[in-house]
Ligand binder design. Structure first.
Ligand code: WT7
Length: 643
């Protein structure tokens, strides 16, 4: 079943932007003269001064990545101003509320005016080019307005997902020394309220760099406002002009920072710059989704993740699309919500995560079939490997075997999609992200960094740069080189493992480092561990991913308590609540096992390979345990496995 091939239907190829011949021509053109190829693609965005230099990249030494470096532009102009003459009255954003009775439509002209007003107010508050602005907002139109207003004045936005705790928010604000925070009174999700301003107030107790806070009124819930620091969005922007001079930005000036988890230490501030990122956002959004003028496009991600940055805001708006922003969740008021929204807004392109598909599959076809999905044309998947069973359900039940599925592999670091079928050009195989986009050069290497040929399995690397690649880790360029370019010299290491079949198709098998992917949310096991050991009862903790039917991976924690502390059910619950409070609900441990001892090497290194196997109930082939300081702890952990 996993090796089913679903050919491109001739009627789809005939109408697609890119068919197999066009794709082959693009691949050949890029291979022959990359600069000429990207010089052609760069015209998809608006430049104040067109670049003459295309690419300057060195993956060795200090690592330097530059694209279009002498170009000058402003990202908000590509997303707004240049559409005003041709599509000023077209809807740019359809907003669908958590409450099925609330929605709104914002035209390109209105969006432009709202962005300019906020940008003017930000300048009045003293925000200048290069300043960092933190955005901690729910999925409301203001989130897109805030991003574009930052871009307008040349400020670097750093969005923190609204589900993160005050502590997580604080450490991200501190790391990049943001001077302005943009938040809301409260968010709404699945009928519940999220106290964003109250969380922000707590976070700001430890954020001396913040000078001003802009607060959007969303629910109308009561919040504390600090005189001089806090400003209501509406009052602040009311008297501002609806036009605002865009800041001229160099192509390599930063557009945004987005924190993401790695295998060690604190989350890293992934930095993306302006020119290359915008070209990549536009190129991939238009080609992967075969986007056509007038279509309604819906990506269900949150703007707090990179998917929301590139495929709710920058890509679609650069392409003059109508992009849908959804405040709610797939399961509320009922499990038909996604399809109800598709019918209500006549969605043509729908992009979601495997975890949502797997959760909805449990309820069978009923909630899907109840709603009209005849406008759907393309379906997308992102965030984690999609198992063939979920893929086929998505294809058959949601798409009625009419809509190609684009399984898009990429990362926060890559800025946009790198491996994906093009719907009119590449035959699909359920569970495979298929082939690289034209211009992308993936390869598989063994643990020594030797390139592997043909059908094989290995570590997924990229041999060369693409315009949307991250440029550095904010404030720590040495860590950038260390994290991504030192494992395999001269190559970008993704952290993923993959298989390549005889047709050259890639099958991502998941992370090969200490990063886990829980319901499409990326997490460092080290972060959950440090949250656990911050609890006074905990001496030591080791966290691994475990297979989870819906979430892909769940969080399994082995906890050693301090001497004299009793391992009770009450304490277990307390630790679960503690981690939720420290990091946020997405980090809720699924299982906590009391571990009097952890399997360590004689040098004291925890052997996670063994812990992963125990959590996965794969205790048959535990491999070599002879290097353990105390092999006895392994049997004790197996005997007391939770769940
Ligand atoms: C990691 C990146 C890409 C934006 C959302 C997540 C996994 C992502 C796929 C896919 C298999 C996937 C990888 C990757 N991943 N897409 N289509 N198939 N795995 O971005 O939080 O930076 O996570 O998500 O493991 O490394 P992220």
């Amino acid at each position: 079943m996993a090796d089913d091939i679903i050919a491109v239907k001739p009627e789809i190829a005939a109408k697609a932007r890119i068919d197999a011949a066009k794709r082959a021509a693009m691949v050949a053109a890029e291979a022959k003269d990359p600069d000429a190829f990207w010089r052609g693609e760069m015209t998809r965005i608006a430049w104040m001064k067109e670049p003459t230099k295309i690419k300057a990249v060195d993956f060795n030494g200090d690592v330097s990545i530059k694209w279009f470096e002498d170009g000058v532009l402003n990202a908000s102009v590509s997303c707004l101003d240049r559409h005003l003459a041709t599509r000023g009255d077209q809807v740019a954003i359809i907003w669908e509320g958590d409450d099925p009775n609330s929605d709104a439509k914002v035209t390109y002209r209105e969006l432009h005016a709202r962005v300019c007003k906020l940008a003017n107010a930000m300048r009045r508050l003293g925000v200048k080019k290069g300043d960092r602005v933190c955005i901690y907002l729910p999925m409301i139109v203001e989130a897109a307005v805030a991003m574009l207003a930052c871009a307008r004045v040349g400020a670097i936005h750093s969005i923190v997902f609204g589900g993160f705790s005050p502590d997580s928010l604080s450490s991200r604000i501190q790391d990049s020394e943001c001077t302005l925070l943009i938040t809301a009174d409260e968010g709404r999700r699945g009928g519940r309220k999220v106290p964003l301003k109250a969380n922000a107030d707590e976070a700001l107790l430890t954020c001396p760099s913040i000078r001003h806070v802009v607060v959007a009124k969303n629910t109308g819930g009561k919040v504390d406002m600090m005189e001089g620091r806090d400003h209501w969005w509406d009052a602040l922007t009311e008297g501002e002009a609806a036009v605002c001079e865009p800041e001229p930005m160099g192509a390599e000036d930063p557009l945004f920072i987005l924190y993401t988890s790695g295998s060690t230490g604190k989350p890293k501030g992934v930095l993306h710059t302006t020119g290359g990122y915008m070209v990549w956002a536009s190129y991939t959004h238009q080609n992967v989704f075969d986007y056509r003028d007038g279509e309604i496009y819906w990506c269900t991600a949150d703007v707090g993740w990179v998917t929301g940055h590139t495929y709710i805001v920058y890509g679609p708006l650069a392409n003059g699309a109508t992009t849908l922003m959804f405040e709610g969740v797939p399961s509320w008021p009922d499990n038909g919500r996604f399809w109800q929204v598709c019918a209500k807004h006549k969605v043509n392109i729908f992009y979601t995560a495997p975890t949502a598909i797997r959760a909805l599959m449990r309820d069978g076809e009923g909630p899907v079939k109840k709603h009209d999905r005849s406008t759907l044309r393309i379906l997308g998947s992102v965030g984690e490997p999609i198992n063939p069973e979920a893929w086929l359900w998505y294809y058959r039940v949601v798409g009625d075997e009419r809509c190609p599925i684009v399984d898009t592999w990429w990362q926060t670091e890559t800025g946009g999609i790198l491996i994906s079928p093009l719907p009119g050009a590449v035959a699909q195989k359920p569970g495979s992200a298929t082939l690289p986009l034209p211009g992308v050069k993936p390869a598989l290497v063994d643990n020594e960094g030797n390139l592997l040929d043909g059908a094989t399995e290995g570590n997924l690397v990229l041999l060369d740069s693409w315009p949307g690649q991250m440029r550095t880790i904010y404030g720590d360029h040495a860590r950038f080189g260390q994290t991504y370019f030192s494992t395999f010299k001269g190559m970008y290491f993704t952290g993923d493992g993959a298989r390549r079949d005889a047709d050259g198709y890639y099958w991502i098998t998941g992370r090969v480092d200490d990063v886990i992917n829980v319901a499409g949310h990326r997490m460092g096991t080290a972060e959950v561990e440090s949250a656990l050991v911050a609890h006074p009862a905990v001496a030591e903790a080791a966290v691994v991913g475990m297979p989870h039917e819906i979430k892909g991976q769940g969080i399994y924690a082995y906890v050693t308590l301090k001497a004299g502390v009793e391992a009770t059910e009450v304490l277990r619950k307390e630790l679960v609540a503690w981690v939720r409070k420290e990091i946020g609900p997405i980090a809720t441990p699924d299982a906590i096992q009391w571990a009097p001892g952890l399997p360590k090497t004689r040098s004291g290194k925890i052997m996670r390979r063994i812990l992963r196997k125990i959590a996965a109930n794969e205790t048959e082939g535990l491999g070599d345990t002879s290097t353990l300081a105390d092999p006895g702890v392994v049997q004790e952990l197996i005997d007391n496995k939770v769940g």
